[in-house]
Design a protein around this ligand. Sequence first.
Ligand code: PBG
Length: 331
Amino acid sequence: MRFPEYRPRRLRKSEAFRRMVRETSLDVSDFILPLFVIEGKGIKVPLASLPGHFQYSPEILAQEIGQVIDSGVSAVILFGVPSKKDAIGSQAFSNDGVTQQAIKRLKDICPALTIVTDVCLCEYTDHGHCGVISDETVDNDPTLDILAKVSVSHARAGADMVAPSDMMDGRVGAIREALDESGYESVPIMSYSAKYCSAFYGPFRDAAQSTPQFGDRKSYQMDPANGDEALREVELDIDEGADIVMVKPALSYLDIIWRVKSSFNRPVAAYNVSGEYAMVKAASQNGWIDGERCMFEVLTSIKRAGADIIITYHALEAAKALREIEGQRLT
Ligand code: PBG
């Protein structure tokens, strides 16, 4: 059938029809909210390049978590910002480290909140790289033991899921083995499987104080030009035991999300990263775009590309807006 018999506009003429044939919908359960937790007491520092986001000390985070619960967002991913850094990032696996403190406080106050933890060393090392350094390069194999220890210490503190973001080879297998040996066989791994070396992480590095002190992350994060390689990375992570695989960033990599979703029968997460959020906020603050509509368009595109889970700084805002839209429908 073709024009004039077929007129696609027929099903666009009212909101009721548009809703009836809508292929992609967002739900608050799709979102994971990133939170930055900094060592100390009484701290709530606004992050200039991530409007609406803060670094919180653990007890303040516990006080403020009510807002998250009230919004309907049920999962967060924690990034720790320690006060002491060293060559191997030992605060990352300290039982009293900032992330471990935050997990315990949040679990005390709100056991139903799903707590995911980012497992990486860049926030904890004095050189700012995601692994240990030997001969001026990031040394893969010695890093695996440390990442495994970090994961076990997060699980011991009460984390519901660990998310390694370091991009070392073999880390998912090393973490799975360590979790299993320590009795945490029921703690899943959400692996940052296809993590690109992206300029869109700029605001995050200010928030997490994790900018490398020399060089860059090109020797471990992926080249933005590669797609087939992402499938190989995902395949390796699945073989090593990843429960959820992630593509990061999201917007410039929608094709990768799509390929991963169509190639593997696994839940796919996408990380709508700091720079993607900051662009929407900056343009909207300038009055150049409609921030809320752009937010929904961005999140919908990530879901349409195949993501089951979206890690996003928009989570609270999107949850509130979705609720309002639903409320208006009912009235
Ligand atoms: C840690 C890590 C990074 C992000 C998540 N985990 C930064 C990086 O790799 O430099 C980026 C998240 C964002 O930009 O929102 N390795």
